[in-house]
Design a protein around this ligand. Structure first.
Ligand SMILES: NC(=O)c1ccc[n+]([C@@H]2O[C@H](COP(=O)([O-])OP(=O)(O)OC[C@H]3O[C@@H](n4cnc5c(N)ncnc54)[C@H](O)[C@@H]3O)[C@@H](O)[C@H]2O)c1
Ligand SMILES: [Zn+2]
Ligand SMILES: [Zn+2]
Length: 346
């Protein structure tokens, strides 16, 4: 089968790889119908994630059809159409039972990380019963792919961890697919103002269409001053970091107001400076989280009800065999005006 293989920092190849087989009774092998590329895949290719070994098939998002189900799988049969969660959950270990499957002792975020992932014609899914969801009848396939990772990520790591409340002023730093997912789902809680900050004019334009009440292009390095001016010097209630670099975490520390929250989403490959000398007296909280994808059922219902329209995030379509072109497009967001790409296994 064809698969996108990580070959070390800066290197990836579309290669012929052996088709996965059932290894444990709780496994399913899924034929991928649609998958996508995540900002995290770009971090992997930068060398930010040492857990990813050379030779790994990347990808942790997608939908597919069950090709084979192990003898221990009770909820899925061959031919069932499924949504693949980026988080694999055994549902039995301490972390799973505490509602934190991101740290599942035998799972967590392993797809396209420590085991082969979804940017391939087939993928092996461990603990299929508790790591796959049935695709609802009539579901829009492309929209469903957004539920594998980015919507739960924006919602859980950004909005829920940030404790967004009605009337809040929320700032989202980073208007990539994850930041925009936080923008869409923060509106469940009717914040009064949502300020979105990015360097990319096109993404800021999209943010306005998605409900941002103000946008700031931080290319001039004046984002902090602008946010403070917009908030009468008070700062924001919730600052959501959706980039994953020191500079943007720095912005969050400068714009968070007294009693506020910094909710980090970004995958960081380098250390940041924590300004406790300024923050110690400000009654703030800082949260970090690897997405647990425990809100997927809730988000699935809001999508099926038309209350959330993640399809808006999809800008480009490619065949899976054109994945190198798709990476090139996704990696040049400014030039290509790309948000999320859909790769179809034809
Ligand atoms: N915590 C988790 O579980 C989890 C899950 C998925 C993704 N992530 C991470 O979330 C982050 C966002 O993901 P994405 O797919 O939207 O990535 P992306 O790369 O598409 O988007 C990042 C955005 O940040 C903007 N940006 C870059 N430098 C900036 C700066 N100095 N100031 C302002 N904006 C800047 C870019 O223009 C871009 O729009 C990534 O770090 C990704 O790895 C985390
Ligand atoms: Zn991801
Ligand atoms: Zn577990």
């Amino acid at each position: 089968m064809k698969a996108l293989v990580y070959r070390g920092p800066g290197k990836k190849q579309l290669e012929e790889m052996p088709k996965p087989t059932l290894r444990d009774p709780t496994d399913a092998v899924v034929r991928v119908i649609k998958t996508t590329i995540c900002g995290t895949d770009l971090h992997i290719l930068k060398g930010d994630l040492p857990s990813v070994a050379v030779g790994r098939i990347l990808g942790h998002e997608g939908i597919g059809v069950v090709e084979a189900a192990g003898s221990g799988v009770t909820r899925f049969n061959q031919g069932d159409r499924v949504l693949i969660s980026c988080i694999t959950a055994c549902a039995k270990c301490e972390y799973c039972r505490r509602g934190m499957p991101s740290h599942c002792e035998q799972g967590g975020w392993i797809l396209g990380n420590t085991i082969d992932g979804t940017q391939a014609e087939f993928v092996r899914i461990p603990f299929a019963d508790t790591s796959l969801y049935p695709l609802p009848e009539g579901a829009d396939e492309d929209a469903m792919v957004m539920l594998s990772d980015i919507l739960p990520t924006g919602y859980e790591c950004g909005v829920l961890n940030g404790g967004v409340k009605p009337g809040d002023t929320v700032a989202i730093i980073g208007a990539g697919p994850v930041g925009l997912s936080a923008l869409l789902t923060t509106q469940f809680f009717t914040p009064a103002r949502i300020i979105v900050i990015d360097l990319d004019a096109n993404r800021l334009e999209v943010a306005k269409q998605f409900g941002a009440t103000a946008t700031i292009n931080s290319t001039d390095g004046q984002a902090v001053e602008k946010v403070m001016a917009m908030t009468d010097g008070k700062g924001v209630d919730v600052a959501i970091e959706a980039v994953g670099i020191a500079a943007t975490f720095g912005i969050c520390q400068e714009i968070v107001g007294a009693g506020g929250h910094i909710a980090n989403i970004g995958v960081h490959g380098a250390s940041v400076t924590l300004h406790l000398e300024k923050l110690w007296s400000q009654n703030i909280t800082i949260t970090t989280r690897l997405v647990d994808a425990v809100t997927t059922p809730l988000l699935l219902k809001t999508v099926m009800a038309g209350k959330l329209q993640p399809k808006q995030l999809i800008t480009h379509h490619f065949a899976l065999s054109d994945i190198l072109k798709a990476y090139d497009t996704f990696g040049n967001a400014g030039r290509e005006r790309v948000l999320k790409v859909i790769l179809k296994n034809e």
